[in-house]
Design a protein around this ligand. Structure first.
Ligand SMILES: O=P(O)(O)OC[C@H]1O[C@H](OP(=O)(O)OP(=O)(O)O)[C@H](O)[C@@H]1O
Ligand SMILES: NC(=O)CC[C@H](N)C(=O)O
Ligand code: SF4
Ligand SMILES: [Mg+2]
Length: 504
């Protein structure tokens, strides 16, 4: 059994009409670090006086944002200009170890320079790639995102913008994009709106030349640089940010990609991926996540214990379950049930991704390095431990064992999402169907037995959707295919992340 689990996706950021474009992009990427930790990069747009032409310098590497951009000179001598885009990657198409897949991509073609950063996954990538390969196209990467560049450069349309639009009309699946041309920052969300993308502003829109404008996967990136959130890029919207629009108080051209399958925003963003301090799909993640916890409390409350027993404690698996567990515990209390929210598991924030534990079982050691128990709290208690999701069960199984070793009287597991039964093909990196814990057992009782818990309860699909719609009043649809196997856009289940890697 490998230690492969669900990973986040990608974080994208764009800055325009901003003298500190690359530096702000760096800060924005830092705030979006949770969305991608394999590699990071920034491309800026500037005019090269010596060459007398616009250029797009880029800087990217494997690793975390703080490590990739560890030299301030990068911003003073290389990433110059008033516009920039950035990307944190978690791979879904093309190997994570293949350097050529690190985004943003930048190319030069007949209409100038073009930079691209993509969050999502194209569901017709294989078909498009086969078509290009048969025409003799030379691929520079093994990623799906590169196809958008080929579609643009080979388009029969005349203007750069029309070529991009033509390319967008041919791709399917999930894509939130920031595209940088020599004169524009273009923000795009696919018509289903799978991935979030928001527009922000810094400075006075009435000042000469207008304010600086930003685009980010999550609004926590705006907070980091003191920018204000204006609105979401709408599902299917192509927003063209240019100097004229900046000077006119943010009056930008906006176009619509025709919708074939309706709107299906990723519900897992609310369950796990996005930060609680972000607003996505028009609502604060904190609010939605609390509501999800409350719904679970109504479906599967804390067990009642006898009067003479110590108060049961409700503890989150930190940090991603903190918010939903708060909602759960408070709702249980409201229902008159005796329980208290506690921090019974403490997380070490300095666990490196490549932790080496010689002579120990690697997976167990990884969980032990990440979490420890607060023994005094747990001894002789009824413990309700809550996580946002169970994917392979690795985390849950080891944590249950640790809680028992710390003297918990009984351990009850609560999961603030339904059973994960099917992989994601829209920009999240999931294990195979057969590797998902829920597919290895008949029902929750059997899973509970394997985990070694006294009781186990997942939130129902209906409960999840009720909580999300209750907290976010906007009338948008959601994707929940990883819990239901109902895919809103047809997918090819046989595709694999590394199918295009070169054999050497
Ligand atoms: O059943 P599993 O395969 O163990 O996967 C489920 C776990 O994975 C995620 O956490 P993860 O450790 O990836 O990251 P986090 O620290 O951001 O919660 C999720 O929050 C669960 O805790
Ligand atoms: N997780 C993502 O959004 C990944 C983007 C793109 N499909 C890649 O693999 O690079
Ligand atoms: S399959 Fe799951 S993770 Fe993927 S877009 Fe749908 S809800 Fe989100
Ligand atoms: Mg977790």
């Amino acid at each position: 059994m490998s230690d492969y689990k669900v990973k986040e996706e990608c974080g994208i950021f764009g800055a325009f009409n901003d003298p500190a474009a690359a530096r702000h992009t760096y800060y924005g990427l830092h705030a979006l670090q949770h969305r991608g930790q394999e590699s990071s990069g920034i491309v800026s747009s500037t005019f090269d006086e010596q060459m007398q032409q616009p250029v797009m310098p880029s800087y990217k590497d494997f690793g975390l944002v703080l490590d990739v951009f560890d030299d301030p000179a990068i911003f003073e001598t290389q990433l110059l200009g008033n516009a920039a885009i950035g990307h944190n990657r978690y791979s879904t198409s093309g190997a994570s170890t293949n350097r050529s897949n690190i985004q943003p991509f930048v190319v030069h073609h007949r209409n100038g320079n073009l930079g691209l950063a993509h969050n999502g996954n194209l569901s017709n990538a294989r078909k498009l790639r086969d078509r290009f390969r048969d025409k003799g196209t030379l691929f520079q990467t093994t990623s799906d995102s590169e196809l958008i560049l080929h579609l643009t450069s080979q388009s029969d349309e005349e203007t750069h913008f029309e070529q991009i639009r033509d390319a967008l009309s041919q791709i399917e699946g999930a894509y939130s994009l920031v595209l940088l041309t020599d004169d524009h920052l273009i923000a795009v969300r696919d018509a289903n709106g799978f991935r979030p993308l928001a527009l922000g502003r810094l400075g006075d829109p009435d000042q000469e030349g207008g304010a600086a404008y930003f685009v980010a996967s999550e609004t926590c990136a705006f907070d980091m640089i003191g920018a204000e959130y204006i609105r979401d890029i709408e599902p299917g919207e192509i927003l063209v940010i240019d100097r004229e629009g900046c000077a006119n108080g943010g009056d930008f051209d906006s176009y619509q990609i025709p919708s074939k399958h309706g709107v299906s925003q990723c519900v897992f963003e609310y369950v796990y991926f996005s930060r609680p301090d972000s607003k996505i799909f028009g609502e604060m993640v904190d609010k939605v996540r609390r509501r999800i916890g409350e719904e679970l409390a109504r479906e599967a409350p804390v067990p009642e214990v006898s009067e003479d027993e110590k108060t049961p404690i409700v503890i989150p698996v930190p940090d991603s379950a903190n918010t939903s567990t708060l909602g759960y515990a408070m709702e249980c209390q409201k229902m008159g049930l005796r329980c208290r929210f506690e921090l019974g598991l403490i997380r070490n924030h300095y666990v490196g991704r490549t932790f080496i534990a010689p002579g120990q079982d690697r997976r167990e050691m990884k969980v032990r390095c990440k979490f420890n128990t607060v023994e005094g709290l747990l001894r002789d208690r009824t413990v309700i431990v809550m996580d946002d999701s169970i994917v392979r069960g690795t985390t849950a199984r080891y944590l249950v064992n640790m809680l028992r070793e710390s003297g918990a009287k009984s351990v009850h597991f609560r999961v603030s999402s339904p059973r994960v039964i099917s992989p994601c093909f829209y920009g999240m990196d999931f294990p195979n169907k057969s590797e998902l814990l829920a597919n290895q057992f008949e029902d929750a009782d059997e899973i509970g037995e394997w985990l070694g818990v006294d009781s186990l309860a997942y939130l129902s699909v209906d409960g999840l959707m009720k909580a999300v719609h209750g907290a976010n009043k906007q009338d948008h649809g959601y994707c929940n295919a990883c819990f239901t196997a109902n895919y809103p856009v047809p997918v090819d289940m046989s595709t694999t992340k590394e199918e295009n890697e070169w054999q050497v």
